[in-house]
Design a protein around this ligand. Structure first.
Ligand SMILES: Cc1ncc(COP(=O)(O)O)c(C=O)c1O
Length: 384
């Protein structure tokens, strides 16, 4: 957008590693490089760092350190939650999820259906992407093994009523997992306040590197490992731990959570102003997702009469990097299942563009982006 290079508005895809995070990680990539399972000074130093990371994450979540499992990212944590809880639980073969979950949840459930005889209820959502608590309650029965509903959606930013849904699950003894990969840094993660039994986080949405994640799983919920081997992470996830990654994730989580407490309201107001500008300035634009129950750093639209890909390219020419649909489904030209689930027509779904920003965004930048969007949509419509 200016001499500083393009303006990156695709934080829901991934975020840059923060300097403080890199600095916290550096010793564990260099001088303190030991394997935390080794019984010598180098290993013990790495083990202490891992303990620090675990208790730091646990403090943000309000849980015990022993309930934190470090994984190789959000996808792995979701696989471990869904498959691990489902396969460990003696009760039933029935899983309840929403229709708008991330593929790592959807595909884990499809695997349980295909290979383990589970039945999966995929709850519809309303036009904002919300699960109705009454539908959720009706879907649970005495054979339900596990329920999983994401905290906030990666494509449309809609925030689900997690505490209410988890409470419904708790009342009938169904363990409740939530994928909080997109929510982390924007919304409270206190697991007791939310009432969840399991929660997924991913470092790279928070200013830590890709390839490190967390699964919180309550001590009383049995968890069958997905990765078998040396028994690290109390047998729940074998494989030598990424100590530097864990330290990075913990550092990023604390920074993001402190900033959230200080600034989420102001950022939400900026987002609202940006959304209002686009809706007023770009004819034929519609907001996807909920107008207020949405992540403070997320604005997503359809621009009728365009293609999302073409708008993305025009915006890139103007120095703004965004996403058309979801980067997680990269390579797919099918309309987004999330947009179809909220009732967007397939043709309109192809026009989707998502803007996701970090906490450092400035008002002037977003207003300039709104102008760039107007020009880009006009250019695409002119071409088409
Ligand atoms: C909601 C959600 N869950 C899970 C994931 C997967 O996380 P990872 O990329 O760390 O595997 C993503 C990634 O975009 C996501 O947005």
């Amino acid at each position: 957008m200016d001499d500083a290079g393009p303006l990156y508005l695709d934080h829901a895809a991934t975020s840059p590693v923060r300097r403080e995070v890199l600095e916290a990680m550096w010793p564990y990539l260099s001088s303190e490089f030991g394997n935390p399972s080794s019984h010598h000074a180098a290993g013990e130093s790495a083990a202490r760092a891992l303990d620090w990371a675990r208790s730091t994450v646990a403090a943000v979540l309000g849980c015990r350190a022993s309930e934190i499992v470090f994984t190789g990212g959000g996808t792995e944590a979701n696989n471990l939650a869904i498959k691990g809880v489902a396969l460990a639980r003696p009760r039933g073969r029935h899983v309840v999820i929403s229709a708008v979950e991330h593929p790592s949840v959807l595909e884990s459930c499809a695997y349980l259906e295909r290979f383990h005889g589970f039945e999966v209820a995929r709850l519809p959502v309303d036009s904002y992407g919300l699960v109705a608590p009454a539908d959720f309650e009706a879907a649970l029965h005495e054979d339900t093994t596990l329920a999983s509903v994401m905290y906030a959606n990666n494509e449309i930013g809609t925030v689900q009523p997690i505490a209410e849904l988890a409470g419904i699950g708790r009342a009938v003894g169904v363990p409740f997992h939530s994928d909080a990969v997109q929510a982390a840094g924007w919304l409270p993660l206190d697991v007791d306040g939310l009432g969840v039994d399991a929660l997924t986080l991913a470092g790279h949405k928070l200013g830590a590197p890709k390839g490190i994640g967390v699964l919180f799983c309550r001590a009383r919920i049995p968890l069958e490992p997905v990765l078998h081997g040396g028994g690290q992470e109390r047998g729940r996830r074998s494989g030598t731990q990424d100590v530097a990654g864990a330290v990075g994730l913990a550092t990023a989580l604390v920074l993001a959570d402190d900033e959230r407490k200080a600034g989420a309201d102001a950022l939400g107001r900026l987002r609202d102003e940006f959304i209002a500008r686009i809706l007023a300035g770009v004819q034929g634009s519609t907001l996807t997702g909920h107008p207020s129950l949405r992540l403070a750093g997320s604005a997503s639209f359809c621009f009728a009469g365009t293609s999302g890909e073409a708008v993305l390219l025009e915006l890139e020419r103007r120095g703004v990097l965004v996403s058309s649909g979801s980067a997680c489904a990269a390579g797919s030209s099918d309309p987004s299942p999330v947009l179809l689930a909220i009732g967007v027509e397939p043709e309109l779904a192809q026009t989707a563009v998502r803007f996701t920003f970090g906490a450092q965004i400035e008002r002037a930048q977003l207003l300039a982006v709104a102008d760039a969007v107007e020009a880009s949509v006009a250019a695409v419509r002119g071409i088409r």
